[in-house]
Design a protein. Structure first.
Length: 131
């Protein structure tokens, strides 16, 4: 193959992460360093999702209190409700993102016998903002 074709093939090659495999297979196929790197990535991804979720919950609370105090009339109220809806969608997107990262994190630490995960489970009932 020509070098340019080979380079394009390498760039498009998908490398499956260790979490895609059963824990017994992970440690036979991947080195501990790769598994640890994915574990750190999952942890960082979950923490980032929590920070973004907190930020959007703060925005959602501010919009709710601002709308209550300052918005009058049908058209401005509709616009304010739409803005609240958009922020609420972002909150739930980050909730889902965190839950996926958390599941991946648990999948990776279970075979390592780490007793206490650094992350906690996040249930839908835990997410409360002013609406």
């Amino acid at each position: 193959l020509a070098p340019s074709i080979l380079a394009n093939m390498l760039e498009d090659f998908i490398i499956p992460m260790p979490s895609k495999y059963h824990p017994l297979v992970q440690y036979k196929v991947y080195s501990y360093d790769i598994i640890e790197a994915e574990l750190r990535l999952c942890h960082a991804n979950a923490i980032e999702s929590l920070h973004k979720m907190q930020h959007h919950l703060q925005i959602q609370s501010f919009l709710a209190s601002f709308k209550t105090k300052n918005v009058t009339g049908q058209e401005p109220n509709t616009c304010a409700c739409e803005a609240q809806s958009q922020v609420n969608k972002k909150v739930w997107r980050y909730v889902h993102h965190y839950q996926c990262a958390y599941k991946c994190y648990l999948h990776l630490i279970r075979p390592l016998n780490i007793p206490d995960p650094a992350l906690c489970i996040l249930r839908d009932g835990d997410i409360v903002g002013l609406t």
